[in-house]
Design a binder for this molecule. Sequence first.
Ligand SMILES: [Zn+2]
Length: 262
Amino acid sequence: MFQAYVRDGVTCVEMTVPEMGKVFAFLVDGMLVDTGPQRYESDLVSFYGSVSFDLVALTHSHEDHSGTAPWIQDNLDVPIYVHPKGIDVCAQAVPYPKYRQDTWGLRKEFKVLPMKDTITSRNKEWNVIYTPGHANDHNCLFNDETGTMFSGDLFVSPKTKVIMRNESIPERLDSLRSLLTYDFGSMFCCHAGYIEDGKVAIGRKLEYLENLYGEVKNLHEEGLGIEEIDEKLFRKKYPITFVSEGEWDSVHIVSSIISDLK
Ligand SMILES: [Zn+2]
């Protein structure tokens, strides 16, 4: 399903992928924030035809955010920006495993420009906040006049149960803490969509992950191994763990915390 609607001055493009849930792209003040998955290219292309934007800011290079960037590059004369660490990934065609190709489609290579500390849309200046943990090229965007925050994939859900192998809970904790130093209200999450009080949501997530960190630390100090801690804290295994052949697993939550303790 594909739909677009406005929340607090931001056009939210909501796309539902049955096996993975929702993914969003956003449009504000002539700036497109993320470009959805390639799987939704035909809907997105007709959406692009109905609106106007002169700049694309990617929160990170993952294929569900950068899927139609190659089409934009080939067909519209607008610059595309990402964190400098994402430039190499964007230069590669389909740099992700088969199950993600099946879910999100095939994203071709494209050229991006490095995002600096600020990015300027038609009438607004956005602070670019480096927020690794989910991806090493992840940025959030914040406008302090309106208090609007684009949080990319930093939030996603209040209670994280599985993460990808390359993700880091300790880094994510630092990123959540740095986001809370900004005074924001409306938050636009690329998987949860519009969240009216973003700061409260980020605070709750931080609290959940801090508690989880403490639990893992205690069990580790009691002498339990990674697998044992995983079994104790996360009894349920999710289908994504099997579908992704372990790229998504709760065990990565535990191991990323333990490697921080050393
Ligand atoms: Zn992502």
